[in-house]
Design a protein around this ligand. Structure first.
Ligand code: GDP
Ligand code: GDP
Length: 458
C-alpha cells in the first residue's frame, strides 16, 4: 500500500504549485485511480526515495460559516482517505480566519497533519511563520514550492513512518548539502545573532504528577497567555507563545494546561506519543522530576528519548520545598550517581508551587539553546581539532599514525562536527570521547549533546 498525501489549504496558498512539482517527474494524472473527479487531482509522486499518491483537494474555503457542513464534499473526502495531510498556509499573507477554521477542522480529525508555510522565498521565513504556531497543529515547516525549497525534507519527515516498509535508508537520502553549510567567521557570527531572535521551542515533559502543569502555569503567568479557543484533541500538545527576558519562546505544553483550564476539567492522561512528538519538535527539553520520588525508571526512559533525539536538555527537580536537609542530600547524591551520563545538562532544584528557582531555569534554557544552535566557522573547528591533536596525539593504527586533516559543521541542535582524516574511522572510542570533550570545552557547549562524525579522506 503506498501512502496517500492530501494537500489541503485555502485557495492560493500554492497547492497546485506543490502538486505539479511533486508529480512532474512522471505521469501527473493517474487516470485509473478510483474516485478521480474534476475537483480532485491525483498524481503519483517520487521523492526522497518515497513513492506516494498526492491529492490536490482544490478549493476549500474555510471562511464560509460552519466549515463542517459547508466544506466542499470532495475535499472532505480527500482528507478522509489520506494517510497524511499537508495543511498549507501562505507565509506572506499571514494567518487568516480561513486558516484558523481549517485548523479547527483538521485538529479534531484523527489524521497525521503537517503544517506547511509556503512562499518563504525572499522573506524572513522564521519570523513570518511565528504566528502559525498559534494554530495548534504543531511544528511549522517552511517551504517555497515554486523554488522547490524545503519540499524534500518536508516529505521525508511526513513519510518517515513508511520508510522502513519501503526499504528507504533515510540517512542516506538526507545527505542534504543545505544542512552541512560551512560558515566563515563573519557568517557564523551573523547567523548566531539571527538565531537569537527566533523563538526557542521549549517542551516541558515529565511523568504524571511531577508538577508539569503547576510549572507551566507559573512560567506562563496568567496574563502572558495568548488565548485562543482551543477544542483540540488530547493526543496533541498545545503550543503557547510567550516572552521572557527579551527572548521569545514557544512552550510545548504536554500537560494540557490551557486545555484543562478552558475545556476539559479532567486531568489529562499521560501520553508517550505526545511526549515523543513534543521532544521531536523542541529545541530544548525541560524534564521535570519529582524530588520526593527520586529518579524512576520512567524518568530514565524519558531522558533516553531526549538523548536519542539529540535535543538540548535542562533538568528541573521539583517539589524542593518543605524537604529536610537530609532528604535533600540524599536526592542530590542519587542524582550524581545515576545521571552521570548527562553531565552536560544543568540541574535546577525548584518549587513550582512557590515559584522558587523557576526564573533561573530560563538562564539554562537560553544557554542550552545557544549551545545547541551555535554556528562555528570551518576554520575555527579545524583549529580546535588541531589543538586537540597537538595536546594528545592520536594512536598508531596498523603501524601508521592516524592523521586528522580538517573539521567542519555537520548540523545543529544537536551540534555535529565532522572530522576528516586518514584512518579516522578506526580511532578508538577513548580518543573519540577525548576529542568530543575537547570540542565541548573549547566551544563552551553546555546543556546540549554534541556529536562527532568521522570521514576518511585520502
Ligand atoms: P492553490 O490555489 O493553493 O492551488 O495555489 P497555486 O499553486 O495556484 O498558487 C497561487 C499563487 O501563489 C500562484 O501565483 C503561484 O505562482 C504562487 N506561489 C506558489 N508557490 C509559491 C512560492 O513558493 N513562492 C511564491 N513567491 N509564490 C508562490
Ligand atoms: P503534572 O501531572 O505533572 O502536570 O503535575 P501537577 O502540576 O498537576 O502537580 C501534581 C501535584 O503536585 C499537585 O497536587 C501539585 O499541587 C503538586 N505540586 C506541583 N509542584 C509542586 C511543588 O513545587 N511543591 C509541592 N509541594 N507540590 C507540588
Amino acid at each position: 500500500m503506498i501512502p496517500v498525501v492530501a494537500l489541503v489549504g485555502r485557495p492560493n496558498v500554492g497547492k497546485s504549485t506543490l502538486f505539479n512539482r511533486l508529480t512532474r517527474t512522471r505521469d501527473a494524472l493517474v487516470a485509473d485511480f478510483p474516485g478521480l473527479t474534476r475537483d480532485r487531482k491525483y498524481g503519483r509522486a517520487f521523492l526522497a526515495g518515497y513513492e506516494f499518491i498526492v491529492v490536490d483537494t482544490g478549493g476549500i474555503d474555510g471562511t464560509e460559516e460552519g466549515i463542517e457542513t459547508k466544506m466542499a464534499e470532495q475535499s472532505l473526502a480527500a482528507i478522509e482517505e489520506a494517510d497524511v495531510v499537508l495543511f498549507m498556509v501562505d507565509a506572506r499573507a499571514g494567518l487568516t480566519a480561513a486558516d484558523q477554521a481549517l485548523a479547527d477542522h483538521l485538529r479534531v480529525r484523527d489524521k497525521t497533519t503537517f503544517l506547511v508555510a509556503n512562499k518563504v522565498d525572499g522573506i524572513d521565513g522564521d519570523s513570518a511563520i511565528a504566528e502559525f504556531w498559534g494554530l495548534g497543529i504543531g511544528n511549522v515547516y517552511q517551504m517555497a514550492a515554486s523554488q522547490g525549497r524545503g519540499v524534500t525534507s518536508m516529505i521525508d519527515q511526513a513519510l518517515a513512518p513508511y520508510a522502513e516498509a519501503m526499504g528507504i535508508d533515510r540517512d542516506k537520502e538526507l545527505e542534504d548539502p543545505e544542512k552541512i553549510r560551512e560558515y566563515t567567521e563573519e557568517e557564523a557570527e551573523e547567523e548566531q545573532k539571527r538565531l537569537q531572535e527566533l523563538p526557542i521551542k521549549l517542551a516541558i515533559i515529565g511523568k504524571p504528577n511531577v508538577g508539569k502543569s503547576t510549572l507551566t502555569n507559573r512560567v506562563l503567568g496568567e496574563d502572558r497567555v495568548v488565548v485562543y479557543d482551543e477544542p483540540g484533541t488530547t493526543r496533541d500538545s498545545i503550543y503557547i507563545p510567550m516572552e521572557r527576558d527579551d527572548r521569545e519562546y514557544i512552550v510545548i505544553d504536554t500537560a494540557g494546561v490551557r486545555r484543562r483550564s478552558k475545556v476539559h476539567q479532567a486531568v489529562e492522561k499521560f501520553s508517550v506519543i505526545k511526549t515523543l512528538k513534543a521532544i521531536e519538535d523542541a529545541n530544548v527539553v525541560l524534564i521535570v522530576i519529582d524530588a520526593r520520588e527520586g529518579i524512576s525508571e520512567q524518568d530514565l526512559g524519558l531522558l533516553g528519548f531526549v538523548l536519542n533525539a539529540g535535543k538540548a536538555l535542562v533538568l528541573a527537580v521539583n517539589k524542593w520545598d518543605n524537604m529536610s536537609n537530609d532528604d535533600r542530600e540524599r536526592v542530590k547524591s542519587e542524582l550524581d550517581r545515576r545521571l552521570g551520563f548527562i553531565d552536560f545538562a544543568r540541574i535546577h532544584f525548584i518549587s513550582a508551587l512557590h515559584g522558587t528557582g523557576v526564573g533561573h531555569i530560563f538562564e539554562s534554557i537560553e544557554e542550552a539553546y545557544d549551545s545547541a544552535t551555535k554556528r562555528v566557522s570551518t576554520s575555527m573547528l579545524t583549529r580546535i581539532m588541531q589543538m586537540s591533536q597537538d595536546d594528545h596525539q592520536p594512536p598508531m593504527i596498523n603501524g601508521r599514525r592516524v592523521k586528522l586533516k580538517y573539521a567542519h559543521a555537520g548540523g545543529y541542535n544537536p551540534p555535529i562536527v565532522v572530522v576528516h582524516g586518514n584512518q579516522v574511522s578506526k580511532l578508538p572510542d577513548s580518543y573519540k570521547r577525548y576529542m568530543m570533550n575537547y570540542f565541548r570545552r573549547s566551544l563552551n557547549i553546555v546543556g546540549s549533546p554534541i556529536q562527532l562524525r568521522f570521514h576518511e579522506s585520502s
